[in-house]
Design a protein around this ligand. Sequence first.
Ligand SMILES: *[C@@H]1O[C@H](CO)[C@@H](O)[C@H](O)[C@H]1NC(C)=O
Length: 200
Amino acid sequence: MFSAFFRSTLVALVASAVAVSAAPGLQLALSGADKVDGLNNLKIIATVTNTGDETLKVLNDPRGPLSQMPTETFAISHDSGAVPAFTGVRVKYVPSVAAKVGKEDAFTILAPGESINVEHDLSAAYNFTSSGAGQYSFAAVNRFHFVDPETGAPVELYADQPDAHVASVSGPLSIARRSVTKRETYTGMYTKQYYETLQS
Ligand SMILES: *[C@@H]1O[C@H](CO)[C@@H](O)[C@H](O)[C@H]1NC(C)=O
C-alpha cells in the first residue's frame, strides 16, 4: 500500500507530465519499423505535437519534418559512427517571406494537445551503401517557426525531441532516384519567391 507521501508524489509527477506550459511548445517524436529490409522500405513517421496552451500556426518548412520534401531533415548515424550519404535536395527557404505570402499549404495549424503525423521516405534523400547494414539512430531537425498572431512575423521555436528512433537496416542500401533537375522549382507547392532548390 502506498503511504500518503508516495501517493501525493505520484499525483504530482503525473500532473507535471500532462500539464500544458504557458509558453508555446512543440514536441517531436519519430517512429517506424525497428527492422527494415531494403532502403525502399525505410519510412519514418514524424509526429509533431503542440504541447503549449495556445494554437500555433507552424510554417511547413521544406527543410524540416512537416514537409515531405527530400531535404536533409534527418541526422542519421550507424552504431559505428558512420553517416549515410545525403542525396536529396537542398532548398533556400526564408520563413519571413513564407509567413508573409501566407498560402494555405504553407502552414500546419495545431491546437493545444493536437498532433500531426508526416511520413518520410528516407530512400529519396539518403544512400546507406557506404555506411553499411546494421543499427542506425535517427533524429530530425527540430527547429520550427510559428507565426505570431499579432505581428504576423515568424517566431523560432525548437521542439523537444526526447528520444532518437532506432532501426536496423539491411538489404539494398540505396535506390536509384528519378533525377531532379538543377534549380527545379516546386511551383505547384511553393511560391518561387521564397522557395527554390539549389542543387540536386
Ligand atoms: C550509393 O552509394 C554507393 C557508394 O558511394 C554508389 O556506388 C551507388 O551508386 C549509390 N547508389 C545510387 C543509387 O546512387
